[in-house]
Structures are given as C-alpha cells and as structure tokens.
Design a protein around this ligand. Structure first.
Ligand code: HEC
Length: 92
C-alpha cells in the first residue's frame, strides 16, 4: 500500500510543479487532517494565510514544535509553487 501511494505521489509530482499530492500524505487528500496529529487543519485556509505560513516555514519565521518537518517540505518550492498550493488548499 505504502509503495503504491508513494509511486502515485511521485508520478503526480512530476506532472505538475506544485502538486498537493506529497502534502496529502500528512495533511490528508483534502487537507482535512491534522498532519502527524500536530498541525492545524489547513483545509479551506485563505490563500494569504497559507502563503504566509509556507513562506514563514521557508525562512524560519513561522511554525510550532514540528516546524522542521515543514521546512523540509517547502525548501524547494518557488513563490509561484507556494501561491499555487495555497490556492488549491483554499478550495478544499
Ligand atoms: C511529513 C508530513 C508533512 C508533509 C509531507 C507536509 N506537511 Fe505541512 N505540516 C506538517 C506538520 C507536522 C505541521 C505542523 C508544524 C509546526 O509545528 O509548525 C505542518 C504544518 C503546515 C501548515 C501550517 C499549519 C499550522 O499548523 O500552522 C501548512 C500551511 C502546511 N503544513 C502545508 C503543507 C503543504 C502545502 C505541504 C506540501 C508541500 C505540506 N504541508 C507537507 C506535516 C507535513
């Protein structure tokens, strides 16, 4: 099961620059879960709020006890990717 999920994520991620699939592993397919039981539920967050959080993880100015987990996730995202992901999350 895990292999299938990972394979799907990699396939999906290579099709689109900013795909939510890798995030879904922790946050849920529709961002409806508390990632690793710790994060806030980000489903439906306004675009600006998500952009601020993701940029904050990138530059270290935002986050809680588990912010290192997210720093790794956003390190390679461009501003355009962040905007794109935030737009997707706002629509869940
Ligand atoms: C390995 C699991 C994991 C993955 C994959 C992951 N996240 Fe997270 N995410 C977390 C955790 C844990 C937190 C809470 C971190 C903290 O303590 O600040 C979090 C927090 C967040 C927050 C802020 C919510 C809050 O609690 O303040 C946003 C927004 C977010 N993630 C978006 C994303 C996006 C977008 C992706 C994909 C690029 C992603 N995450 C991938 C685990 C993950």
């Amino acid at each position: 099961m895990r292999k299938i999920v990972l394979g799907t994520m990699i396939a999906a991620a290579s099709l689109m620059a900013a795909n939510f699939a890798p995030c879904a592993g922790c946050h849920g397919a529709a961002a409806e879960k508390a990632a690793l039981g710790k994060s806030q539920i980000i489903k439906g967050w306004p675009v600006e709020k998500t952009v601020a959080a993701l940029k904050g993880y990138k530059d270290g100015s935002y986050g809680g006890a588990m912010k290192c987990v997210m720093k790794g996730q956003v390190a390679r995202l461009s501003d355009a990717d962040i905007q794109d992901l935030a737009t997707q999350i706002s629509k869940f």
